[in-house]
Write a protein that binds this ligand. Structure first.
Ligand SMILES: *Cc1c(COP(=O)(O)O)cnc(C)c1O
Length: 374
């Protein structure tokens, strides 16, 4: 039996009537761009997330650089993040014209290591972008403390962690903004591309709203901006799906616990680390081979059995061919943890609509491989 990596069509079929009704509603309204459905979804998303404002934009990458721009961050300014994230985090810093400053990740969580941030701060540093990688929040309280001490701004990249939270903290609590992506494979995914900026700051809300719409929030009045809007059709799909997000997250967590239990005796791999008390939303369930040189062997073994395992991400950003393409950057200290993560990661199938049989088949295959290498 083949085990797929994504369940997009299964999810559509599960709530087809609700999605179709929303799409119909938009089609019949005749308002497809910045119409009532977008407005309604923005209100629902802000309430769900617990932020004062939610602004729909075209994708998760734009959400980051539009926010940077709204915060006045651009050429000459430095933004600190880590290199084992999806490429877009660093790309967005460059699109805004700023300098990407890379520090290493925590070896267990793979999120930014807060203890390395202060050494990377210089006179030009303006902001920190922690990424809630794989669905688990970065350790935010120390990041917020450092930002407060050095008068820096914080933008959380939660493209992989909507519905996630910390133990004693919530996403965005002390940040200037939180950005997300709604591309289909994310935990809340539309039928194409979409993104959002969450913020409690009225000025950021107003600036991002203008930037996404040719610098305009009033007919015929413009300042410099772009076209980066979230279509009402996608907003309708997201509105239907948002009602199911918590239950889908709970399903992901249930599958993660099944993997944890099934794989606990494996000796050649390590399992994802869930910080006690954090709601890890398992956008991805990423195991690592203890010996990085065996990673491709495990990946091929699973793929040959029809299990669609993948890698996230097998090349750290600073190791991409041609890096940094003439773009400004600084690397502070060793990036060994990020490099090891790239060399050893394997993502197992993880989506709410998996079946127990599919998870068990994946567990059996990993155990078979582990027995040969332990
Ligand atoms: C997906 C993703 C993005 C970019 O989102 P797009 O909608 O594809 O532009 C940014 N950061 C992270 C961590 C992501 O996973």
């Amino acid at each position: 039996m083949a085990v797929p990596f994504y369940g997009h069509v299964r999810q559509y079929h599960a709530i087809k009537a609700e999605i179709d009704a929303k799409i119909q509603q938009v089609l019949e309204s005749g308002q497809y761009v910045q119409g009532p459905m977008l407005k309604a979804f923005e209100a629902e998303a802000a309430a769900f997330f617990g932020s004062r404002h939610a602004i729909g934009v075209a994708n998760g990458t734009d959400a980051i650089w539009l926010t940077l721009m709204a915060l006045g961050i651009g050429p000459g300014d430095e933004v600190i993040t880590h290199p084992n994230t999806f490429f877009a985090t660093v790309e967005a810093i460059w699109i805004a014209g700023a300098t990407a400053v890379l520090v290493d990740c925590d070896p267990r969580t793979k999120c930014i290591d807060p203890s390395l941030i202060e050494a990377a701060i210089g006179p030009k540093t303006k902001a920190i972008i922690p990424v809630h990688l794989y669905g688990q929040c970065a350790n935010m309280p120390p990041v917020w403390d450092i930002a407060a001490r050095h008068n820096l701004m914080v933008i959380e990249d939660n493209a992989q962690a909507i519905d996630g939270r910390g133990d004693a903290f919530r996403q965005g609590e002390r940040s200037d903004a939180v950005t997300t992506s709604f591309i289909i494979q994310k935990n809340l995914g539309c039928f194409g591309d979409g993104g959002m900026v969450f913020t409690n700051r009225d000025d950021v809300n107003e600036r991002v709203r203008k930037l996404r719409n040719h610098g305009s929030n009033k007919r015929d009045h413009h300042s410099f901006g772009f076209n980066s809007r979230l279509d009402d059709l996608q907003a309708g799909v997201l509105s239907a799906k948002l009602k199911h997000l918590k239950e889908w997250t709970d399903k992901r967590i249930q599958w993660a616990r099944r993997y944890d239990t099934g794989l606990k005796d494996c000796r050649s791999i390590t399992l994802p680390y869930n910080v006690p008390g954090y709601r890890h939303v398992y956008h991805l369930y990423v195991i690592e081979t203890k010996n990085p040189s065996l990673r491709d062997d495990l990946l091929n073994f699973l793929n040959q059995k029809g299990i669609d395992a993948k890698t996230h991400y097998s090349i750290a950003i600073h190791k991409q061919a041609g890096f940094p393409w003439g773009k400004p950057y600084r690397i502070v200290g060793s990036l060994a943890n990020a490099e090891r993560n790239a060399a050893s990661c394997v993502s197992l199938p993880m989506f709410p609509e998996l079946t127990a049989a599919e998870v068990d088949e994946t567990i059996a295959a990993v155990m078979e491989w582990d027995a040969k290498h332990s």
